[in-house]
Write a new protein. Structure first.
Length: 404
């Protein structure tokens, strides 16, 4: 028979957090009702939905793939990457016809784009406000990038052995003084990515500034995946964070923005449907306030206590900072003696994992215990547990019983 927790302990667990009617959810609903008139901005991979609050209907603004010019310019931005991927395919499996087939498909796609790439396309058909007056130069950039890329890919099909990363870097990505490639593809990539975000930044900033909400009360949730599955997980790697900050003229409180990559992306169709919008707003407000409650409780429970984790608990790094990896060939360093955290360091760690929504609650002791296991050859009997190994709970219980 598989393990099942005792129902009394399960109930004790659920009373706080594991039940829709738990204490945690009740407090979340109370906070939601308290600030139900505050505006909520929900951002996903390609759309932003503003719920103004007080049951007013939401408004939607799209960016990236669903907007004019994004795919057109991004397709050109990706040309050097496509060439690099082809070179890697050839490097791994030079005899496999797959890379040649993909190269021919790329050549055909480039020819098709060249046939319709005109100033009129960029000026009249796409008609992106942020690119007004730049259309001649953009059309020239596209044609130049297509021509240079065609030359590289066609040459690769004729001379596969010369299709190397060294040649790509010297003759295509970053050539110096080349008559055939006077502008490097590295410069082109940066320029096209920047032009794309010139449109996004301009439009979304104008849209946000036109909304009648109080920036000091704005709640922001970046929900679901942003680009590749490992991207946009922090303030510094998610460009919407910087966009919102700048659109607010640096008045927005960044602590009111939460990045929730595992939450569902918002259903834009539902947001545009009056019959479903209210339920959608309830869902995302509850999600935001559930995160907010934990942050608020951290400061209330530990008011006056240290905020940051001390060196006793986190000698290697602070939250959000990567620890440099050792060279792959280096021998593993012997485990250093583990310092046991004092009371203040322990409290600082408790406050950190509760107050910082990017932390796992279980991380409050995980690193400390794992370091001790590593230092003691994975022998649990040798692990010193602060707050347990140094505490006599039998005596504490006896004192409580005697005083009751």
């Amino acid at each position: 028979m598989s393990y099942q927790p005792h129902p009394f302990f399960r109930r004790l667990f659920d009373v706080y957090t594991g039940d829709p009617a738990s204490i945690g959810m009740q407090l979340t609903h109370l906070r939601d009702r308290q600030d139900g008139s505050d505006p909520l901005l929900v951002c996903t991979g390609s759309d932003i939905v503003l719920f103004p609050g007080s049951a007013r209907p939401p408004t939607v603004e799209s960016f990236r793939r669903t907007t004019r010019g994004f795919i057109e310019l991004a397709a050109v931005s990706h040309l050097p990457l496509a060439v690099g991927w082809l070179a890697r395919m050839r490097e791994i499996a030079p005899g496999d016809p797959m890379w040649r087939q993909s190269a021919r498909e790329l050549i055909q796609a480039i020819h098709d784009v060249q046939a319709i790439n005109t100033v009129a396309l960029w000026r009249d058909d796409l008609s992106v406000a942020a690119w007004q007056g730049l259309e001649i130069r953009i059309a020239a950039l596209v044609d130049y990038s297509c021509r240079v890329t065609l030359d590289v890919v066609e040459k690769a099909l004729r001379d596969a052995d010369g299709f190397t990363f060294e040649r790509l870097r010297l003759e295509y990505l970053n050539p110096r003084g080349s008559a055939r490639v006077p502008v490097s593809m590295n410069e082109m990539m940066f320029a096209t990515f920047a032009l794309t975000f010139l449109d996004i930044g301009h439009r979304i900033t104008a849209w946000l500034r036109s909304q009648a909400f109080d920036w000091n009360r704005l709640m922001v949730l970046i929900s679901g995946r942003s680009g590749r599955p490992t991207a946009g997980l922090t303030w510094d790697t998610n460009n919407l964070c910087h966009l919102i900050q700048r659109a607010s003229r640096d008045t927005f409180d960044r602590h009111r923005l939460y990045i929730a990559p595992h939450a569902p992306p918002i259903d834009v169709a539902a947001a545009s449907d009056p019959a479903r919008a209210a339920g959608l707003e309830t869902q995302f407000r509850s999600l935001w306030f559930n995160l907010r409650v934990g942050v608020e409780m951290g400061s209330r429970l530990f008011d006056g206590d240290p905020v940051d984790r001390g060196p006793e608990i986190a000698p290697a790094s602070r939250p959000g900072m990567a620890t440099p990896a050792a060279p792959a060939t280096a021998a593993p360093a012997p485990a250093a003696p583990v310092q046991h955290p004092g009371r203040q360091a322990l409290i600082a760690q408790l406050r950190l994992v509760l107050e910082d929504p990017t932390q796992l609650l279980s991380n409050v002791a995980a690193q400390y215990v794992l370091d001790q296991l590593a230092a003691n050859n994975n022998n649990p009997t040798q692990v010193f547990i602060a707050g347990f190994s140094d505490v006599d709970y039998l005596a504490a219980r006896a004192a409580v019983v005697a005083g009751s």
